[in-house]
Design a protein around this ligand. Structure first.
Ligand code: BJW
Ligand code: ZN
Length: 237
């Protein structure tokens, strides 16, 4: 199966890597829905924490939860899968991840569908944004422009994805020859819809995941195992 995937990759002109939390699992960053890595949301109701309604109900709790995750990402290091994806300048990285591990691995540009932990932005919608030190994130505070609350610069349930990032991702998935689907449950939309979009336009789908996922049925090649162990061998020239 690895050889089949490598053959597809070698023949491809355009390669897109669509990643999820499993990509960073071996760096020690917990996933969302995967019990094997401790499931980040175990004991929490995700719609409470990662939603505008949850923020309205208990903004202090939500900011503290994100600040704990920010500190954990700050302590984490890129793993071999991040480094392999970053090392191939011809691979476009489209990620659902809000960490900065692809960037720290040296990826030139990363298309982020669900925002980033390293930003705070105004929840009132005035457009104010501020970079956050992941190692020493600030507590809940007000927007210096309009007085509304600042919130993590991520995309919560019920919110729209960043228009520019979505347009770039959609266009790349329409035209790519191979879509690598790395470490995602492929359950969260519209991001997960990129896989069917690429497949419908003729791309070959290579799925790398420790378990079968919602992407399995769309896979031309499914490689079951850890991203850090599989991705480097797939992408080395
Ligand atoms: C390994 C591994 C290793 C482990 N190696 N693999 C139908 C169509 C469109 C939308 C919807 C729809 N149905 C419902 C919706 C709404 C909703 C949605 O999709 N809900 C689903 C749960 C059903 N979507 C939205 O609300 C989106 N917005 C939207 O639709 O706007 C339009 C709208 C407007 C108004 C009203 C309604 C709609 C926004 C979605 C935002 C998602 N945000 C989050 C949180 C980000 C901030 C934060 O980090 O806190 O994004 S949710 C969370 O899930 C996070 C992730 O990016 C995302 C995807 O998770 P991911 O990355 O796949 O992680 P896991 O844990 O699920 O999977 C990890 C995988 O790795 C597993 O498969 C493991 O096996 C594997 N693995 N170790 C390889 N070492
Ligand atoms: Zn503001």
């Amino acid at each position: 199966m690895i050889d089949r995937a490598r053959t597809l990759i070698e023949a491809a002109e355009q390669i897109v890597a669509f990643s999820g939390a499993g990509l960073s699992a071996e760096s020690g960053v917990p996933t969302f829905r995967d019990a094997a890595t401790g499931g980040l949301w175990e004991g929490y109701d995700p719609t409470r924490l990662a939603s505008p309604g949850g923020f309205a109900a208990d903004p202090g709790l939500v900011v503290e939860w994100y600040n704990g995750r920010r500190r954990a990402v700050h302590r984490a290091l890129p793993n071999p899968a991040h480094r392999a994806l970053a090392a191939r300048a011809d691979v476009m990285n489209v990620t659902q991840n809000v960490d900065d591990l692809l960037d720290r691995a040296g990826a030139r540009s990363v298309v982020r569908l669900h925002g980033q932990l390293a930003l705070d932005r105004c929840h009132g919608g005035c457009g104010y944004e501020e970079t956050v030190d992941l190692g020493d994130p600030p507590p809940l505070r007000e927007c210096p422009h309009c007085g509304a609350r600042l919130r993590p610069g991520v995309v919560w349930f019920g919110e729209s994805l960043p228009i520019d990032a979505w347009a770039i991702a959609e266009s790349a998935c329409r035209t790519c020859d191979v879509l690598l689907v790395v470490g995602t449950s492929a359950e969260v939309y519209p991001a997960a819809g990129l896989i069917a979009l690429a497949k419908g336009e003729g791309a070959r789908i290579v799925v790398i995941n420790t378990n079968p996922s919602a992407a399995s049925d769309l896979a031309d090649v499914e490689l079951i195992g850890k991203a850090g162990e599989i991705v480097p061998g797939l992408l080395e020239r």
